[in-house]
Design a protein around this ligand. Structure first.
Ligand SMILES: [Zn+2]
Length: 261
């Protein structure tokens, strides 16, 4: 099994051309023809993740977030990005990222995974691309049965395994229609409002952006890591479906840089 074989399976679900123009998804470190000893799946490929890969005999890290996003002008170990890349090269560990291309697909995408955790039915892409309604940003769906607002907040807190949900004022209405977007989703608020969602579950909302809910829905910011933490499982399952006996591992590390006191 070569790195290319693993990439082919992942990209059959989320082709690289579906990534956003600012993104840097793809094989970031390593050679595609390298024989794979094992794969480690994670959200963020950090130094600790590369260490874990080495310890567990994996020479391929598959991450959601690209470790290199902007250009690197030098590699002298001054930043965690440089150190991660240097460590990976030194130990022949390849790093592959599948980012906004995985956000933008309906089937087996980041948001379908979140919708599955929350328990949404009748789902569709929230902001589909004009050429294909199964490609685009966010997801919209219905809870199997309506919930009281506080019950809903507790529900997402439990199912998305988050310590803290930052949310806008409750409206005294039940929640049925829910929009979701893993990671930074404030750019989709207008779409969630247009779709008449009762709640928008996402992350990285800024103070002033919370005002834009205008009492028309509940913004529920569950945290960036928390919203996307099941992406590891999603990626592992995609590869496992094709190669059921290959050495595929979920990271044991929590790479969330945000802690709550
Ligand atoms: Zn993200």
């Amino acid at each position: 099994m070569k790195i290319n074989d693993i990439i082919a399976v992942l990209e059959s679900v989320a082709p690289p051309h579906l990534q956003e123009s600012y993104d840097n998804a793809g094989l970031i470190v390593g050679h595609p023809e390298t024989e794979v000893s094992g794969v480690l799946f994670c959200l963020d490929s950090t130094e600790a993740i590369v260490e874990e890969a080495i310890a567990r005999g994996c020479n391929l890290v598959v991450a959601h977030h690209p470790i290199i996003f902007r250009g690197l002008k030098r590699l002298n170990g001054a930043t965690y990005i440089e150190r991660t890349v240097m460590q990976a090269i030194r130990h022949n560990v390849a790093i592959y990222a599948i980012h906004t291309n995985l956000d933008n697909v309906y089937r087996q995408g980041v948001n379908s995974k979140i919708a599955g955790k929350i328990g949404l039915a009748d789902t569709r892409i929230l902001a589909p691309r004009p050429e294909d309604f199964e490609i685009g940003a966010g997801l919209l769906g219905n809870l199997h049965k309506p919930m009281e607002e506080t019950e809903f907040l507790q529900h997402i807190k439990t199912t998305l395994n988050t310590q803290c949900v930052r949310h806008t004022a409750l409206r005294g209405k039940t929640v049925r229609k829910v929009a979701v977007c893993g990671g930074a989703g404030s750019f989709l608020l207008s779409e969630a409002l247009r779709a008449r969602a009762d709640a928008f579950v996402t992350a990285d909302f800024k103070y002033h952006e919370f005002f834009d809910a205008e009492g028309k829905l509940i913004i529920a910011d569950v945290g960036h890591f928390e919203s996307e933490q099941f992406t590891n499982e999603l990626l592992r399952d995609i590869v496992q479906e094709k190669f059921p006996t290959f050495a595929l591992h979920l990271t044991n590390l929590n790479t969330n840089p945000v802690l709550y006191f």
